[in-house]
Design a protein around this ligand. Sequence first.
Ligand code: FRU
Length: 528
Amino acid sequence: MKIQRYLISFLITLTFLFSSCTRQKSGESGTSETRYTEQHRPQFHFSPDSMWMNDPNGMVYYQGEYHLFYQHNPNSNVWGPMHWGHAISTDLVHWEHLPIALYPDSLGTIFSGSAVMDWNNSSGLGNGDEPPMVAIFTHHNHELENQESLQFQYQSIAYSLDKGRNWTKYPGNPVLDNPGIRDFRDPKVIWMEEADKWIMVLAAHDRVLFYSSPDLISWTMESEFGENIGAHGGVWECPDLFPLEAEEEQKWVLLVSINPGGPNGGSATQYFVGEFDGKNFHNENPGEEPLWLDYGKDNYAGVTWSDIPKQDGRRIFMGWMSNWQYANQVPTVRWRNAMTLPRELKLGKDDFGYMLRSVPVVETEKLRVGQIKLESGPVQGRNNVGPANKEADPLYEIDLLFEFDPEVAEEIEFGFVLESTQHEKVVAGYNTRSQELFIGRKQNSGNTDFSEHFPGVHSAPNQISELGEIRFHAFVDLSSIELFVDEGAVVLTELVFPESGFESIRLYGVHESVKLKEGVIYSLESTW
Ligand code: FRU
């Protein structure tokens, strides 16, 4: 099996070298017409045409286009000098690659940041016809870093007057200098209507800082948040701040990625819910335990789109589907890493306080090309239930409503198993004794030997429901599983590298009381 894998990856490298030569010759950078057929290439998740990608950046909507910029090293499939890669979509599921938007310059390489539409031309960077699209990002100066200075990260801006196609760096960069903090990066900027000013939230080592500005150019520090609150197992990165309504009451949500220190090891994203008055953020969730946006190992540095039209009103999130523990080693060659599905964030409230729910955006329904309805009834003794279309790629959306008797004292466990013809296997389930949801991507789930941090069973606490019902909603691509439980109250996003996808789906239930109340399996189509 190993020899086979090495042979395959050798062949892929050869193909890659050949195809990158032909690409360079013709000046192509990959288009939506490209059909990506390399081993493990996600078929309905965004991945770069070639080379390295990490965080999503500068997500902004303008004139019918969702822009996605991303941390990109165009010269290698491992992390290196950062550029902003660029892609656009009109529906959040089909993406078109565009040329690199921001290149390193004399101030440094281009780390993570955000983009906004400066509708009123507060920056003065517009030309009177088009509102400028303004990107606010971190310049990372490797020379200063090597000289052991603390001040090698500072914030700069660039603008575009042609729908994000061409960018000009502001000549007065940086707009926010480093005050002497080693980790000082990842500005996320929003227009705060109530305060009539721009607000920037910025990661500063083990906390976030808030700044404000009338014009995106001059910035004043307002406050800091995070000391002794939330998870502190690693450095804080890529924050986001936005309002959301919970039962007709508006609250402010603060997302903060942290690396390491995630609930299942390595990178993850925590969040806080409370009030923001234009100056200070007050956390209102009472618990001591951090709140995690996603318990899986592979959702990091995610933030939300700016300037989604009011009539749409959604808060749309996308994360980087990897983990710094092994992102540089995952077994892909021509490109490395992908994004999560775009998700809508919603705010809920229960006995424990406010909580975020993440659900895949409704546009993902466009991917459905076939479906099978599953018979309701006992789960024990069932054989394969899928796939819906044996001829199609093994790409699925799985929607299962399980029922069980919550009064039973014994251990009950149930869920589904994905299995390949090579007997590679992944299990997603719930256990009533541990009261945990989990995804098991053990050594037999496919290629796992590139990192000791990769294989394992990764879990999320989930109190047993008095109703005895749990809904599993999962998306299975060629190298990932995203599990949304009970309308996104708990999410587990996990990479997985089977030889060629999972050809069969099986339900399992370790107790006779486990029943399937409703179930549908959709076959999905590739977006490339
Ligand atoms: C998060 C991160 C950011 C930084 C970028 C560099 O994954 O470390 O803090 O801006 O990646 O690529």
